[in-house]
Design a protein around this ligand. Structure first.
Ligand code: FE2
Ligand code: FE2
Length: 382
């Protein structure tokens, strides 16, 4: 297929995304997402590539005053230093992971989007195990790519945030995110022996965060939205997997991520008090657009194309995936984490609440925000 024909086909398939990207009607928000969406969904720049270079236009801010005037951030930094762990020695990498072992299922059968269909009944027990293995590999691959984005975003916001206490804390997050890349890559290559490319929607969000020059937008996107997504997804998989190494790995990672969201809420709560109403609205609209992308678009298309494109049309797959137990559980945990934080930092005004309500997401607004949650609360999904 020619490049142009492929671009047109991708554009057609991305229709729902572009419709969603116009949902807020805020042109500045739309403009900031269109470039990344074009690169991610139409040109599919990461597909088949060994690397992708993105321009990063933010300013690095030196703080010559070295003022240590934010005690909550200091406490978080101290907690981060004393909670460091070595992924090479503290995880039991000798644990054998056999995707065909029925006693230690990677994910339960009924979480697979196709498990309730006739097509599933026609698969042999071995084929069903392989399905669960590949679906998990797709999900963990997206975790890995997201962690690489988090590593770079943590570097960028450490440079750009103006306060020393925030920079010091940020340095610990850089180390944490490096470790997360290490563990997900290790699990995928050493245990599952399969790695998928980055999903186009995730690419779009990561591209938008990397290339936006405003540091607080990077903060909002990474520390609140993507970290919230991560907490939801990691929590879901930690609960449903019967594989002990993955469970142990996710327990460690969730404990780190809890600090990252806490950090985002502390910094943005202070930062957003300084914004004009127009600036605040733009961030509120942007967070809503990203919520839509997160809610609707992570539907394992690459997995579908590999395994199920011959059996189901794209619209059928979309319905199966959206209605699956896996996506339901994931959406619930993710928005339970994101919505209270948006409220805490001032991005859930009466102007935007009806839109969240229409998506069924307002029920989460009375939940606890990150500063009020411990790592144990998150691990136990409280
Ligand atoms: Fe992470
Ligand atoms: Fe993180």
């Amino acid at each position: 297929m020619t490049t142009l024909a492929k671009a047109v086909q991708n554009l057609g398939r991305s229709g729902p995304v572009f419709r969603e990207a116009t949902a807020s009607g805020n042109l500045r928000v739309l403009a900031s997402l269109l470039g990344p969406a074009y690169r991610g969904m139409v040109r599919q720049e990461a597909r088949g590539a060994l690397s992708t270079a993105m321009p990063a236009g933010h300013e690095a801010v030196f703080d010559w005053s070295y003022l240590r005037d934010r005690p909550q951030l200091t406490r978080l930094y101290e907690a981060a230093k004393s909670s460091q762990w070595n992924a090479a020695t503290e995880l039991d990498w000798s644990t054998p992971v056999d995707p065909l072992d029925p006693h230690r299922p990677l994910i339960p059968e009924d979480f697979h989007p196709v498990s309730g269909t006739e097509a599933w009944k026609r698969l042999s027990p071995g084929e069903r195990m392989k399905q669960r293995h590949d679906l998990l590999a797709w999900v963990l691959s997206q975790f890995l790519h997201g962690e690489q984005g988090a590593l770079f975003a943590a570097c960028q916001v450490t440079e750009a945030v103006p306060w020393l206490d925030a920079k010091l804390y940020g340095s610990s997050q850089v180390v944490d995110e490096g470790r997360h890349v290490e563990v997900f890559h290790g699990y995928l290559t050493r245990k599952l022996e399969k790695l998928y490319e980055i999903n186009d929607n995730l690419y779009t969000i990561v591209d938008a965060l990397m290339t936006d020059s405003r540091w607080d937008m990077k903060f909002l996107g990474m520390q609140i939205m993507i970290e919230g997504l991560a907490l939801g997804a990691f929590g879901t998989f930690r609960q449903i997997t019967g594989e002990p190494l993955l469970r142990q790995l996710l327990t460690y990672v969730i404990t780190d991520e809890a600090r990252h969201v806490h950090y985002g809420v502390l910094v943005l709560h202070d930062c957003f008090q300084q914004l004009t109403e127009r600036e605040r609205r733009e961030r509120e609209d942007w967070a809503f657009e990203v919520s839509l992308l997160l809610r609707n678009r992570f539907l394992a298309w690459e997995f579908y194309e590999e395994h199920w494109a011959h059996a189901f049309r794209r619209t059928e797959w979309e319905r199966l995936a959206v209605d699956s137990k896996l996506m339901g559980s994931f959406r619930r945990t993710m928005f339970r984490r994101i919505v209270p934080n948006l409220k805490r930092i001032g991005l859930l005004s009466d102007r935007i609440r009806p839109r969240y309500d229409a998506l069924g997401l307002l029920e989460y607004e009375t939940g606890r925000a990150a500063p009020d949650l411990t790592a144990t609360d998150l691990l136990e999904d409280r």
